[in-house]
Design a binder for this molecule. Structure first.
Ligand SMILES: [Zn+2]
Length: 479
């Protein structure tokens, strides 16, 4: 294995090994003692907090209110919606003993909260005037993972789950698409992930949903990552939990409900969308630190350290998230490599000679031409724009990568070839059997029916039966 001095396997050599090493070595995460659990370390948690803050603001701006529901749910609640319980049963963690004795009714550690929120909605909604009810919860959930991967599949993860109740199908579908739009915007504009929004095929729907919508991103190994989902539940959960309202004419009606979630999985998505052989590359809008200043003070002269702090202060005032790496025991070279591996967009090197010239050496993590001297007094004014440029560069680079690894295919041989390096966009018959066959032969699954796909009909790429959906479907191997 080719390794650089920080000991990270090159991404181009072994993507899975690269991922597993870089998330630990960059200080994003550590393993928890219970199987499949993760400890999110401060550097990883800062990234999550950036995303969380931005997403929370958008959720509130669109009229939703945050609330909190209990972690423990009576097991019988999950059984009330047949498909829901079937979908989640294998992943449930169940509390059978508490307070030193066996419980009369076991409690499920929430894998998602439709059931408990549905129960409360039934209590809170009486008339049509109570609708729509627009709730969101920030929480942890537990889904037992047999093959955990940090951030991507862990037994416990953090997320938000939106849960809403509406008068009718139309209003609930509008809400489902609104949530998907928020996710699309967060992924594209903040994470610089050029995700594709679309609908899941019936076989890939959420357990208990009438329709599931998704945003799918392409990782740098060509695999897909489902980065957020939004579900229209129809009246399934309203029927199971008695979520009803009295209409204007005095008739009792069932509510139409939705749910939608985005999770710490996004951290893994950002790592795999932008990282390279040297390590992480963070988009400036979410980066824990947008700029790191490395003071070079041989013999520890105080002047350089003080100038670095002054520069940091001026940058903070300009709204830049900046960190000064003043660790005295480490060489500048070590620090450069480390911050490169940890994905900081811009590095500023400041030594006695730079200080004498009134400049700092600027190095971009990607897309720059080596070191560039920049006057200290213009940095606070210019860095925000330089960071925005870096953000756009990442989105353009990821979009070009996705497009280069996406192929419109009509023949089966082309299909297998396309999904070995990226995505295949193909016609499909829509049957579960055929989806399963494709999966067993190629490991690819239908990722979504893209929202902006052109109308298309013809025969299924695998079985030659007439195509369903009226559009092509994106297939890919997925995380
Ligand atoms: Zn088929």
């Amino acid at each position: 294995m080719a390794r650089d001095e920080r000991g990270v396997t090159a991404q181009s050599e072994d993507f899975a090994a690269w991922y597993n090493e870089v998330v630990f070595k960059a200080g994003l995460v550590d393993r928890g003692p219970a199987k499949g659990t993760m400890v999110i370390r401060p550097y990883g948690y800062r990234l999550w907090e950036q995303l969380q803050g931005e997403l929370d603001r958008r959720i509130k701006d669109t009229g939703h209110e945050n609330a909190y529901f209990p972690l423990l749910i009576p097991q019988s609640y999950l059984s009330r919606e047949a498909e829901h319980v079937e979908g989640f049963s294998p992943e449930l963690a169940i509390v059978t003993h508490a307070g030193g004795k066996e419980l009369e009714e076991p409690l499920v550690v929430r894998p998602t909260s439709e059931t408990i929120i549905g129960e409360m909605m039934a209590k809170w909604i009486g008339s049509h005037r109570d609708l729509p009810l627009l709730l969101n919860q920030w929480s942890n959930v537990v889904r037992w993972e047999m093959r955990p991967r940090m951030f991507l599949r862990t037994t416990e993860f953090l997320w938000q789950e939106g849960h809403t109740a509406h008068l009718d199908r139309e209003d609930a579908l509008r809400e489902t698409m609104l949530a998907l739009d928020i996710y699309h915007e967060v992924a594209r504009d903040l994470a610089a992930m050029p995700v594709v929004p679309g609908e899941k095929t019936p076989g890939e729907r959420f357990a208990g949903a009438v329709a599931t919508y998704t945003i799918e991103g392409m990782m740098r190994d060509g695999r897909a990552l489902q980065a957020g989902t939004s579900h229209y539940m129809g009246t399934n959960f309203a029927t199971a939990f008695g979520i009803r309202y009295t209409g204007e004419q005095g008739r009792e009606e069932l509510c139409h409900t939705t749910s939608w979630g985005m999770s710490t999985r996004m951290v893994g998505g950002i790592v795999m969308t932008h990282g390279d052989d040297k390590g992480l590359v963070f988009p400036p809008r979410l980066a824990p630190y947008q700029v790191v200043i490395v003071p070079i003070s041989r013999g520890g002269d105080a002047e350089v350290g003080e100038a670095a702090e002054r520069l940091a202060g001026a940058l903070r005032e300009a709204g830049v998230r900046v960190h000064v790496d003043a660790r005295p025991q480490l060489t500048p070279g070590f620090k450069y490599n480390e911050w490169e591996m940890r994905g900081v967009p811009i590095r500023l090197e400041l030594g006695p000679r730079d200080l004498a010239n009134g400049t700092a050496m600027m190095v971009k993590r990607l897309g720059g031409e080596g070191k560039q001297p920049v006057p200290l007094d213009v940095l606070p004014r210019e860095l925000p724009a330089i960071l925005e440029e870096f953000q756009s560069y990442l989105l353009a680079r990821a979009t070009a990568f996705r497009d280069e690894h996406t192929r419109m295919v009509d023949a089966w041989e082309e299909f297998t070839d396309a999904v070995s390096t990226g995505w295949a966009v193909a016609l499909h018959c829509g049957t579960r059997d055929c989806e399963e066959q494709i999966k067993s032969v190629t490991a690819a699954t239908p990722r979504c029916i893209p929202a902006d796909g052109e109308p298309a009909t013809g025969n299924c790429v695998r079985c030659d039966a007439p195509s369903a959906y009226g559009k092509r479907v994106i297939f890919g191997r997925a995380y």
